[in-house]
Design a protein around this ligand. Structure first.
Ligand code: ISE
Length: 338
């Protein structure tokens, strides 16, 4: 049984906690840490075997804790990963790996120096059956080489704190990792374009929607529309244009309704619910790999987290310059192959 310690039980952390306690085989949570002690204690109250440990570093070093799940605020991920690497413990780190490419590089260097792959990044879409189906078709080559992709990432509504930085490091980062994985390439150029801004943007520092343009090392061009106050629902789209046809991400199946001379299908605003199956599968894969003493090949590694951070840094630069920015990435080191 894998004894897990979770740092951060906000909305996503609480879902991960409940998922591990109730759905994942071979793993259980033994300790939780959160800056909001009262809330964390409420979350763990129905589970008397789970301890609250106020200091996240003490949780990481706790002898009962075998593996760490990091779901705390983005700016803390790097330091917790570095500490867990020092302890030689397996880590599940929600994206991003670090707030900067420089920070992500420190984590990668520490992992390589330790000689063992310990980090699985929480890029959940790699475990989504719809994305898996799309990737399998593209990789099969049945439609010829992929040339272009159009992605859309729409959230219904975001609070006023959401700004241009988070639009890239919290939202576009999913398209960045997913598309790199889907086409098996990395990015060399990035540009962010600001169209006319929606009146629903609640922050003068949030251009909503915005378009992230990415070029891969093979010359594929990928457009990602990031629209975090689209109002109508949580909506994820992806179409890949290949030499001999196009492949489109299947939409979630919903009841088809006809009423009052109208025809519709329902949608949801709940992003965590939309990808619930992918989250379950990525945690089961993580627990299985940890119990086998290794890393999960299907999951994103610290190197993928680093690639995403280098790409988001270039996007942030482009938001300011308006220009096409270089993404200084190189081929995957041997340590991260396979
Ligand atoms: C959030 O952090 C996520 O991970 C969601 O999947 C994404 O839709 C949202 O835009 C992010 O803020």
């Amino acid at each position: 049984m894998l004894n897990v310690g979770i740092i951060g039980v906000g909305s996503m952390g609480t879902q991960h906690f409940l998922r591990i306690m109730n759905k994942i085989h071979g793993a259980t949570v033994v300790a939780v840490s959160d800056i909001n002690e009262a809330h964390a204690k409420e979350v763990i109250a129905p589970y008397p075997s789970v301890r609250f440990i106020a200091d996240p570093f003490a949780l990481i070093n706790d002898p009962e804790v075998d593996a760490i799940v990091i779901v705390s605020i983005d700016s803390t991920h790097e330091e917790y990963c570095l500490e867990a690497i020092k302890c030689g413990k397996f880590i599940f780190c929600e994206k991003p790996l670090s707030a900067s490419a420089e920070g992500a590089k420190k984590v990668v260097d520490a992992e390589i120096a330790g000689g063992k792959r310990l980090i699985q990044m929480g890029f959940n879409r790699r475990f989504d059956p719809a994305y898996e189906e799309l990737k399998a078709l593209v990789v099969s080559g049945k439609l010829g080489a992929p040339l272009v992709a159009h992605c859309a990432h729409r959230n219904a509504n975001y609070p006023a704190q959401y700004n241009d930085v988070v639009a890239v490091t919290g939202t576009a980062i999913h398209e960045i990792d997913t598309m790199a994985w889907l086409v098996g390439d990395y990015f060399t150029k990035a540009q962010v374009i600001f169209p006319k801004c929606s009146r629903h943007s609640k922050n003068k520092d949030l251009h909503d929607p915005q378009i992230v343009m990415l070029t891969t090392s093979s010359g594929m061009v990928i457009s990602c529309e990031i629209w975090v106050n689209c109002q109508y629902a949580y909506d994820i789209r992806c179409e890949v244009l290949c030499e001999d046809g196009t492949a489109t991400l299947p939409r979630p199946s919903r009841v088809d309704v006809c009423t009052n001379q109208t025809h519709y299908k329902g949608m949801t605003t709940d992003g965590l619910g939309y990808f619930a199956e992918a989250y379950d599968r990525e945690f089961q894969a993580w627990a299985d790999a940890c119990n086998a003493g290794t890393y999960c090949k299907a999951a994103a590694s610290a190197w993928d987290g680093y690639c995403a951070a280098v790409t988001t840094d270039a996007c942030l630069k482009s938001q300011k310059s308006g220009a096409i920015e270089e993404v200084p990435l190189t081929d995957r080191p041997n340590f991260y192959k396979g």
